[in-house]
Design a protein around this ligand. Structure first.
Ligand SMILES: NC(=O)c1ccc[n+]([C@@H]2O[C@H](COP(=O)([O-])OP(=O)(O)OC[C@H]3O[C@@H](n4cnc5c(N)ncnc54)[C@H](O)[C@@H]3O)[C@@H](O)[C@H]2O)c1
Length: 313
């Protein structure tokens, strides 16, 4: 039994990870500032004696360090970040504080308290917009086009240096779009909100041809647990995802079908990107993670369908 700390533990993925670790008999300290996380995501764990909740802004280095000291933390899963990428496209300081500075706080707390095990939630956005290239982890030029991608890439760079200087064991997963029951943001969530307001017309950002892989949250959390418990030296980075992809128009069709709406008029905002900084199409090279024996249970369309089936609409 280990003392695990999850930053962003009240968020969509963090709360799943919390549940899974508690089920395995691990202790979990959940740290969240509830900027985007929701109390109801973690309510069911509140009576578990192995679960502790700390409301704290992780970018507040001193406050975060106190929590790490108090709970004698042995492993950190760093998931806290800004996930409202459209908002931070207008206010870059959000990514700097919630995605970049939180990483610095985590690494400093690890250094001071001699904690050696770290998992970091990174993203495909670190690659930037590389059309027609199968993105592998060792691709040379990483050139993010969003503040979010830049903050994750700079976090990866700090993790590399802290790992070397302090003998950390760090695991980095570069997630694609992650979906599943209880999701709180992203294209499926947005379409449902819009159609609830107006079931006759759906605004689709871009031209609907944006095509990305969607990974089911259970598949992701299985992999996080399986890989993070292994001993390693230094930093290991993996792309994680699925081979297939789904277009935004296909998602719109599936959401309308789920809602029983047959005559929705699609109104495209135009252009091939949803917003400035959005990467409309990308393809991962997944050979590194597949060589370990890991495979997701759902392909991209199955992930979308399973997510829609799970939602009470
Ligand atoms: N969901 C995806 O599609 C996706 C894709 C790529 C990467 N990721 C990464 O996975 C992680 C989890 O994402 P998610 O989808 O669960 O998003 P989420 O917004 O549901 O979870 C992030 C959590 O971090 C918390 N947080 C943000 N800033 C904080 C701060 N300064 N101090 C304390 N808590 C803070 C939020 O309140 C929220 O609970 C994030 O790091 C995200 O960048 C997610």
């Amino acid at each position: 039994m280990e003392n695990n700390l999850i930053t962003g533990g009240a968020g969509f993925i963090g709360s799943y990870l919390t549940g899974r670790l508690l089920k395995m008999g691990q202790r979990v300290v959940c740290v969240d500032n509830f900027e985007l996380g929701r109390p109801e995501n973690i309510e069911k764990y509140q009576r578990n004696p192995d679960f502790k909740l700390c409301e704290c802004d992780v970018s507040d280095e001193k406050a975060f360090n106190k929590i790490v000291e108090k709970y004698n933390v042995e492993r950190i899963y760093h998931l806290a970040a800004n996930s409202d990428i459209q908002k931070s496209a207008r206010f870059p300081e959000i990514d700097f504080k919630d995605t970049c500075t939180t990483t610095y706080s985590v690494l400093e707390a690890m250094r001071r308290n001699k904690i050696h095990k770290l998992f970091f939630a990174s993203t495909s956005a670190v690659y930037g917009n590389k059309v027609g290239i199968n993105l592998s982890e060792n691709i040379g030029e990483l050139s993010p086009i969003s503040y979010y991608g830049a903050s994750k890439l700079s976090s990866e760079a700090f993790i590399s240096a802290y790992a070397y200087m302090n003998d950390f064991e760090a695991l980095i997963f570069r997630f694609p779009n992650v979906i599943g029951p209880g999701l709180t943001h992203g294209v499926i969530f947005d379409f449902i909100q819009k159609l609830k307001k107006n079931p006759e017309e759906l605004e689709i950002l871009g031209d609907g041809t944006q095509c990305k892989p969607y990974l089911y949250v259970d598949d992701l959390v299985d992999a996080i647990i399986k890989f993070s418990m292994k001993k390693r030296i230094g930093v290991e980075t993996y792309n994680i995802g699925v081979d297939t992809a789904t277009t935004v128009k296909e998602i719109a069709d599936m959401v309308c079908e789920k809602l029983g709406l047959t005559k929705v008029k699609y109104k495209y905002t135009g252009g091939n990107v949803g917003w400035k900084g959005d990467v409309p199409v990308f393809q991962y090279d997944l050979s590194k993670i597949y060589e370990t024996g890991w495979k997701p249970q759902h392909n991209s369309n199955e992930s979308v369908k399973a997510t829609l089936e799970s939602l009470k609409l």
